[in-house]
Structures are given as structure tokens and as C-alpha cells.
Design a protein around this ligand. Structure first.
Ligand code: ATP
Length: 203
């Protein structure tokens, strides 16, 4: 199987920021959040199944998934969460595989926020890259970006593995606890490594 990297990290640690830098160097970046979003956008491929499962009142007027309503439901109802994931996860898997099959970059990076948490992703990628930062930095960045309270950000973080668990599960780590200028050298070094590994594998 082709060499690929699963890029993960806690909320606000900088996954998108780092993934964009790899893309600029010629990696193909496939963002599973963006794919999940497209599946439940107006006319998204998962919409018929989602509305059949949860009812037409989970659609917005333009025919997308009502995310706020779904978030509220699955927050308090584990079985609803399981039913949602049973619809979305196979479709995300198929759509990411289809995107990877036609990717033209030097190698593929899958951005998977809950890679460590979700289990099946680990076996689909050659290496796991974690974007690492202290919790206080996550809280500060997400409060600033999404105008959330500290308690709201901490509640999201509580549903994710800890920084230590993520670091332990990763093959490679990029530290993003300071300015953006800290990232370039780390990305360059890993990109060189990934190119070598991808070539050794015959892409
Ligand atoms: P999410 O899990 O919410 O999707 P993410 O892990 O993809 O987040 P980013 O969106 O890349 O994280 O970064 C979170 C916010 O912090 C963004 O507003 C981004 O511009 C900012 N940011 C990331 N890294 C740095 C940095 N080194 N210096 C300053 N700001 C940064």
C-alpha cells in the first residue's frame, strides 16, 4: 500500500496550519473533516441516509444536516452518536480512499482529528504525525478563534485523548507551542523524511 501519513492533534493545536505547509511542499492533503462536512451539506451523499435515520426535521431549509440540532442530540445520547457514526464513518472511509486513489502529490497526508480515538485509522496509514501543544495554548487559540469560553473549550478537550496519550501513539511529533516561524524547519525536515520513505515504498 502507498506510503501515507495520518496527521492528528487536539483541537486548536494547528493541524490545518501544518497540513497547509505540507501541501505547499507537494504532499496531497485529504481533510476528513472537510469530507464529513461535504457528506452532510445540501445534496451531500449521506443526507438521504441521515434523514431516513433521524427524521426530516434534522434538515435545514436548504437540505443540509442541522448540525446544531445533531450536536445537541449526540451530546446527550450515546446510541444516537453510534447511529450517526454508523452512517458517516463508512462513507468517510470510502470518500477518503477515493480521494487518495486519484491524489497526485508526492505522498498523501490524511488529516484526522480523532485518529487516536477512532481506532481504525491507525491501520490505514503508514505513520502517525501528532501536532503537539500545551493545553493552555489550545484553550487560548480556540477561545480566540471561535469566541468560546474556557469551560466550553475544556469540555471539547475532555472528549479527546490527552496530550500524553497522543504523543505516545505518534511516530512523529511537530511542536506548535510558539510562533509560526517555529513550524517551517520541523515541516521541512519531516517532508524530506517522508519523501525518502515514500520513494523506498515505490510511492
Ligand atoms: P481544529 O481542531 O479546531 O480544526 P486545528 O488543529 O486545525 O484546529 P488550526 O486551525 O491550524 O488548528 O489552528 C488553530 C488556530 O490557531 C488558528 O486560528 C490558527 O491560525 C492559530 N495558530 C495555529 N498555530 C499557530 C501559531 N504557531 N502561532 C499563532 N497562531 C497559530
Amino acid at each position: 500500500r502507498a506510503f501515507s501519513v495520518g496527521l492528528t492533534g487536539g483541537i486548536g493545536c494547528g493541524k490545518t496550519t501544518v497540513a497547509d505547509m505540507f501541501a505547499a511542499l507537494g504532499a496531497s492533503v485529504i481533510d476528513t473533516d472537510a469530507i464529513a462536512h461535504a457528506l452532510s451539506a445540501p445534496h451531500g451523499a449521506a443526507m438521504p441516509a441521515l434523514l431516513a435515520e433521524f427524521g426530516d426535521d434534522f434538515a435545514t431549509p436548504d437540505g443540509a444536516l442541522d448540525r446544531a440540532k445533531m450536536r445537541a442530540l449526540v451530546f446527550s445520547d450515546a446510541s444516537a452518536r453510534a447511529r450517526l457514526e454508523a452512517i458517516l464513518h463508512p462513507r468517510i472511509r470510502d470518500a477518503t480512499a477515493a480521494a487518495a486513489a486519484i491524489a497526485t502529490g508526492h505522498y498523501t497526508i490524511f488529516v484526522v482529528p480523532l485518529l487516536i480515538e477512532s481506532g481504525t485509522w491507525r491501520e490505514r496509514v503508514t505513520r502517525v504525525l501528532a501536532i503537539d501543544c500545551p493545553e493552555q495554548v489550545q484553550v487560548a487559540r480556540v477561545m480566540a478563534r471561535n469566541s468560546l469560553s474556557e469551560a466550553q473549550v475544556r469540555a471539547i478537550m475532555a472528549a479527546q485523548v490527552t496530550r500524553e496519550q497522543r504523543r505516545a501513539a505518534a511516530d512523529d511529533i511537530i511542536v506548535n507551542d510558539d510562533g509560526l516561524e517555529q513550524l517551517g524547519p520541523q515541516v521541512d525536515a519531516l517532508h524530506a523524511r517522508y519523501l525518502t520513505l515514500a520513494r523506498a515504498r515505490g510511492k
